[in-house]
Ligand binder design. Structure first.
Ligand code: ADP
Length: 627
């Protein structure tokens, strides 16, 4: 027998302190969800033991009847949640219960506002698990013994001032949590109340949840009875599962506090046999953009939980999908290595992607509002799709939504199909512009001729867009054309008259162009008359293959080597600035005008000037000259 050591005082990680503080002070509604969170953990612990015991039966210690027990003591004002799952070692208690391992937590918590309503919403998105015990308790005692070991440890905390840790005697394997309720929360130390909370939130847990049985007179006995359905929800026929049950199950497996947006439940029979239950969350989780994702799809084999999988069952561009897949064809001892190259997994993955995309397509068609909600949360992730999943490119492209010059907001609501339906007669291309913000895109000088002619242009202003248009070069047989790249040819959209006028302007501008070219030298690839500008004096045009200037900037900042691209400068000879330059006789002055013209165009593109202070002093000198 191990000896009992002295109590040790330890501190929480700063982030835990912050969370606990919030928990205690801002979660007022739905307090009863603490029980759901603790039962969820207990059920996970049983799942883990069952999985480990597959390869090491001794871990059961002759007790393979996995269960969760809940009891309360009205007099002592306590609730006890007990499981005979995997348990924790001393080190695990310290690292799991004293710290938050989720990457990105620190950054996320910085967003806390102090506004209780907003912050509690944020906590919901974050998911707080075990710590939710402190919503109702002012002291929590956790005693645990890991399966296969004989050292048990007792953790205790009042939530505010760190925690104590002590080695103790504990015969039973698993974890027991005693909540010492706050005086004002004593309503929870009531058997009926707890029973009804379990029915509401945890009925779907597949491990039996037991409470004390009552005798005929309603008195509690020492006997236990199962109070939940205690079978795997996804095994039941769809028609028998209520929406509420699907929702609660989602919260259990996703650790999300909010309802899902939608879900789909499929049983596949035939060559392969598996069941999938996949959910779309209604809000993006806080770590959606973290490179390492913790959540994903849960893999079960014949109802036994095997592992959380973040890479094999769903592609990156669908990483927001939550849920589970339960296969009958995989061996129970399947490992991560096996998953990476496994025919069964490949087929399940392919079919699941197809299902998710079909579900989105259906939603986009039948419930536009809901689809918009989805798009606003996850659209930027879906945009990674065409680059990642060649075989589903067209399907994904159909699901994309954009802001355009025809809509007066940065909301992304227009599909390619909408765009095509409104194309002008004679238009055979889908026009777009990329920029690093909506405003920059909307006000770009490159759009001037399109505005004048009433041609709609897609405004791309998400980081991922530049990659998107790299991998998506056409839709429905129409090529995607940047209005800021290449030599603009509007084809049939230009009238004969337009073309004649352009020729004349070009002829008239020959001199000034020649002069500008001399000044700029090899800073530019070419200088030419613009057919895009109607109001602005100049703009920068890149080659079709070049990355937009603002993106080049970002890449450089991120430490990537970028080949320096030479832009084309386009000028608008009808602009007063150019008329004035045309009349300039002083070569030095002309060179200054040229410099400014070029720098302005770079700035409007979101690029960075090589010599910003030179630009400012030239501008000032010319301004003074004009006054
Ligand atoms: P989450 O469940 O989201 O990981 P929690 O704060 O609820 O976050 O729990 C942190 C970790 O503590 C769990 O991942 C698990 O490893 C461990 N844990 C919590 N409750 C139990 C339990 N009843 N038995 C074993 N381990 C547990």
């Amino acid at each position: 027998m191990s000896e009992t050591t002295a109590k040790e005082n330890m501190q929480f990680q700063t982030e835990v302190n912050q969370l606990l503080h919030l928990m205690i002070h801002s979660l007022y509604s739905n307090k009863e969800i603490f029980l759901r969170e603790l039962i969820s953990n207990a059920s996970d612990a049983c799942d883990k033991l069952r999985f480990d015991a597959l390869s090491n039966d001794a871990l059961y210690e002759d007790d393979s009847d996995l269960r969760i027990e809940i009891e309360c003591d009205e007099k002592a004002n306590t609730i006890t949640i007990r499981d005979n799952g995997i348990g924790m070692t001393r080190d695990e208690v310290i690292s799991h219960i004293g710290t938050i391992a989720k990457s990105g937590t620190k950054e996320y918590l910085k967003n806390l506002t102090g506004d209780q309503a907003k912050d509690s919403q944020m906590i919901g998105q974050f998911g707080v698990g075990f710590y939710s015990a402190f919503i109702v308790a002012d002291k929590v005692t956790l005693t645990t013994r890991k399966a296969g070991t004989d050292e048990a440890v007792c953790w205790e905390s009042t939530g505010e001032a760190g925690f104590t840790l002590e080695t103790v005697e504990k015969a039973a394997r698993g974890t027991e949590i005693v909540l010492h309720l706050k005086e004002e929360e004593k309503e929870f130390a009531n058997d009926y109340r707890l029973n009804s909370i379990i029915k509401t939130y945890s009925d779907h847990i597949s491990i039996p949840i037991k409470m004390h049985k009552r005798d005929d007179e309603g008195k509690l006995t020492d006997e236990w009875e199962v109070v939940n359905q205690a079978n795997a929800l996804w095994v039941r026929p769809k028609s028998e599962i209520k929406d509420e049950e699907y929702k609660e199950f989602y919260k259990h497996i996703s650790h999300d506090w909010q309802d899902p947006l939608t879900w789909m439940h499929n049983r596949v029979e035939g060559n392969l046999e598996y069941t999938s239950l996949l959910y779309l969350p209604s809000k993006a989780p806080f770590d959606l953009w973290e490179p390492e994702q913790k959540n994903g799809i849960k893999l079960y084999v014949q109802r036994i939980f095997i592992m959380d999988d973040t890479e094999n069952l769903m592609p990156r561009y669908l990483r927001f999908v939550r849920g589970l897949i339960d296969s009958n064809d995989l061996p129970l001892n399947v490992s991560r290595e096996i998953l990476q190259s496994n025919k069964v997994i490949d087929s399940i993955r392919k079919a699941s992607i197809k299902k998710v995309l079909e579900m989105l397509e259906k939603m986009a068609k039948n419930d536009k509002e809901k689809y918009q909600e989805f798009w606003n949360e996850f659209g930027r992730v879906l945009k990674e799709g065409p680059g990642e999943d060649f075989s589903n490119k067209e399907k994904i492209a159909k699901l994309l939504r954009f802001s355009t010059t025809k809509e007066d907001s940065d909301a992304q609501t227009v599909s390619f199909d909408d765009y095509i339906a409104r194309m002008k007669e004679g238009q055979d291309k889908i026009y777009y512009i990329t920029a690093d913000s909506y405003v920059a895109a909307k006000n770009s000088p490159h759009l001037e001729i399109f505005k004048k002619k009433g041609i709609e242009v897609i405004l791309l202003h998400d980081r991922v867009d530049e990659w998107l248009v790299n991998s998506l070069t056409e839709y429905d047989g129409k090529s995607l054309q940047s209005v800021a790249k290449g030599d603009l040819d509007l084809g049939d959209l230009d009238t004969e008259e337009d073309k004649k006028e352009q020729e004349k302007t070009e002829k008239d501008a020959e001199n000034v162009i020649k002069h500008i070219k001399e000044v700029l030298g090899d800073k530019v690839e070419d200088v030419r008359v613009s057919h895009r500008l109607t109001n602005s004096a100049s703009c920068i045009v890149l080659n079709d293959q070049d990355m937009a200037l603002y993106m080049q900037q970002l890449m450089k900042q991120a430490g990537h080597e970028m080949p320096s691209t030479k832009p084309v400068l386009e000028i608008n000879p009808t602009h007063p600035l150019l008329t004035r330059m045309n009349d300039e006789t002083d070569d030095e002055r002309f060179a200054e005008w040229t410099s400014i013209l070029f720098d302005q165009a770079i700035l409007a593109e979101g690029g960075q000037l090589e010599d910003p202070s030179g630009f400012v002093s030239r501008l000032n000198s010319l301004m003074l000259d004009m006054s």
